[in-house]
Write a protein that binds this ligand. Structure first.
Ligand SMILES: *Cc1c(COP(=O)(O)O)cnc(C)c1O
Length: 227
C-alpha cells in the first residue's frame, strides 16, 4: 500500500460517505471517518497523517501508545479513539492517551474511570458499547441493561457519554443492528452513533452513523492477517 493509495482511499471513502449521506437526506459533515490503525505498519499511519487525516482508532492500549505517544507531541490536532475492550488495569494509561473511549460497557469499568479521570486535565468523552447481538463472547452491555447502565455512567460517575457503539454479529445483516442501535440511542436522547466498518460503512451511514470505523478500507490488509 503506497502513500498515494492511502490518500486516495481516504478521499474515496469520504466521497462515498457524502454520496450515501445525501441519498438519505443527511449532512455529510455529521459523519466522521475514524481510520483504524491497529496492526498497521508505521509508514501507512504516517501516510494517512500526511494526507491530512487526524482522527484515528486503536483497539489495544499498549499498541496505541507505540503508534501515538510521540505523534501526540508532533501533531496537536490528533483525535484518538479507543475502540477495543478496556481492562481496568489499563484505565490510567487509556485516559492519558485517548480523547474518546468507545467501549464503556460495565459498572466496574465506569467506577475505575471515575476514580482516575479527575487526574486528567484533558476533556475525555465516551460511547457505551452495546452487545446488540447478545453474543456471549462479545463485549458490550446487553440492550436490556442499557438504560440503567447509561444512568449509572452519567449520574453516578459523571462521565460525558456522547453516544452508542456496536459491532454486529458477523453472520447477521448489519443493517438490522445499526437500526436497532439508532433506536436505542434515540430512546436515551443520544445523537452520536459509532457503527460500520470497511465492509458495511455505507449501510451504517444510511442508518444514522456519526462515526464509522474503517481499517482495511483506509490502510489495506493488516500484514499477517487475512482481513
Ligand atoms: C478492527 C476494527 C475495525 C476496523 O475493521 P476493518 O474491517 O479493518 O475496517 C472497526 N471496529 C473495531 C471495533 C475494530 O476492532
Amino acid at each position: 500500500m503506497s502513500k498515494n493509495n492511502i490518500a486516495d482511499n481516504i478521499e474515496s471513502i469520504n466521497a462515498e460517505i457524502a454520496k450515501t449521506a445525501k441519498e438519505h437526506e443527511r449532512n455529510a459533515d455529521d459523519v466522521q471517518l475514524i481510520a483504524v490503525s491497529k496492526k498497521q505498519p508505521d509508514e501507512r499511519i504516517q501516510a494517512a497523517i500526511d494526507a491530512g487525516h487526524r482522527l484515528f482508532g486503536e483497539n489495544r492500549v499498549q499498541e496505541a501508545q507505540e503508534h501515538w505517544n510521540q505523534r501526540r507531541d508532533q501533531y496537536d490536532d490528533l483525535e484518538l479513539h479507543l475502540i477495543g475492550p478496556l481492562q481496568t488495569n489499563k484505565v490510567k494509561d487509556a485516559l492519558s492517551l485517548f480523547d474518546c473511549i468507545q467501549t464503556l460497557d460495565r459498572p466496574k469499568l465506569a467506577d475505575k474511570i471515575k476514580s482516575e479521570i479527575t487526574k486528567q486535565p484533558r476533556d475525555i468523552s465516551f460511547f457505551i458499547q452495546v452487545n446488540t447481538g447478545e453474543e456471549a463472547q462479545k463485549a458490550g452491555v446487553l440492550p436490556a441493561d442499557l438504560d440503567v447502565f447509561y444512568d449509572y455512567c452519567v449520574r453516578e460517575c459523571g462521565l460525558k457519554v456522547r453516544g452508542l457503539m456496536c459491532i454486529p454479529p458477523v453472520n447477521e445483516p448489519a443493517g438490522l443492528h445499526f437500526a436497532f442501535l439508532k433506536k436505542l440511542a434515540d430512546g436515551l436522547g443520544l445523537t452520536e452513533l459509532s457503527m460500520g466498518m470497511s465492509s458495511d460503512y455505507e449501510k451504517a451511514v444510511a442508518a444514522g452513523a456519526t462515526h464509522i470505523r474503517v481499517g482495511t478500507g483506509v490502510f489495506g490488509i493488516r500484514p499477517g492477517y487475512e482481513a
